[in-house]
Design a protein around this ligand. Structure first.
Ligand SMILES: Nc1ncnc2c1ncn2[C@@H]1O[C@H](COP(=O)(O)OP(=O)(O)OP(=O)(O)O)[C@@H](O)[C@H]1O
Length: 234
């Protein structure tokens, strides 16, 4: 499989703090990869570093062979990364329709076809299409946030802890949607919910204290109770 995203020995910092201390990770085209690790391990910071929202000190980041280090965030996004941040990133005082349109880079037939795919994937958004985003539940907001990233033609989708604060039944629906999405696009998921991570991810990386410490197949991790206890506290 063709390598799509590759980072090597990535070190990044926020003010005086070095947060990532060596993250090496590779995602191939068509894969669904999950990043696991305890609270505060550096998972969110990794996504933010690739997006240029956290400064890289050393190491490399390549998307489809192109260097992303030093590029401004809006250009990184245009290289083909759909980013679904942890805090939803949606506009409460706009309708669902307006939130989706504002996210579109182009208003062409392909983009509207992807918008229709989003509305089929998340029927709640279709029903509430003309309503303000502030009227949505937590699960529906997460759907809108993912939908905003899906309206553009991306090479890879970054999704940061989509299950956070959601009820188990909503997480199940989300797992189904993510399984549908991964048929269409390469996915890099950060997730604390082990069941959701296992339902979606094919390969995993574990980040501990800002470093990638383990990686492999999710099917092997499910059987490896020792590894789960050591790095994930399960
Ligand atoms: N703005 C900031 N200033 C200083 N330290 C920060 C800042 N943002 C994050 N950190 C620190 O960086 C480390 C990694 O945080 P990060 O949010 O990436 O962890 P995480 O693995 O995503 O965990 P969680 O699941 O709790 O979000 C933590 O120790 C956190 O306290």
């Amino acid at each position: 499989m063709k390598s799509l995203l590759k980072t090597e020995d990535l070190v990044s910092y926020i003010g005086p703090y070095t947060i990532l201390q060596g993250v090496s990770l590779e995602v191939s085209q068509g894969e669904a990869v999950v990043i696991l690790g305890r609270n505060g391990a550096g998972k969110t910071t990794f996504l933010k570093t690739v997006m240029g929202l956290v400064q890289t000190r050393s190491g490399t980041i390549e998307l489809d062979g192109k260097n992303l280090v030093g590029m401004p965030t809006y250009e990184i996004q245009k290289q083909g990364i759909g980013y679904v941040p942890e805090d939803y990133g949606i506009f409460d005082l706009l309708t669902i329709e307006e939130n989706l349109r504002l996210a579109m880079w182009k208003e062409d037939a392909d983009t509207f076809a992807r918008r229709d795919y989003v509305l089929d994937l998340f029927p709640d958004l279709k029903i509430a299409y003309k309503r303000l985003a502030k009227t949505l539940s937590g699960g529906q907001r997460q759907m809108l946030s993912i939908g905003r990233a899906l309206v553009n033609k991306n090479k890879i989708l970054f999704i940061d802890e989509p299950s956070k604060g959601l009820a188990p039944v909503v997480i199940e629906r989300l797992a189904m949607a993510l399984n549908d999405i991964k048929k269409e696009t390469t996915v890099l998921l950060v997730e604390q919910n082990f069941a959701l991570a296992c339902a979606v991810g094919e390969r995993y990386y574990i980040i501990n204290e800002g470093k990638t410490v383990e990686n492999g197949k999710v099917s092997d991790l499910i059987k490896d109770k020792e590894l789960q206890a050591k790095h994930l506290g399960i």
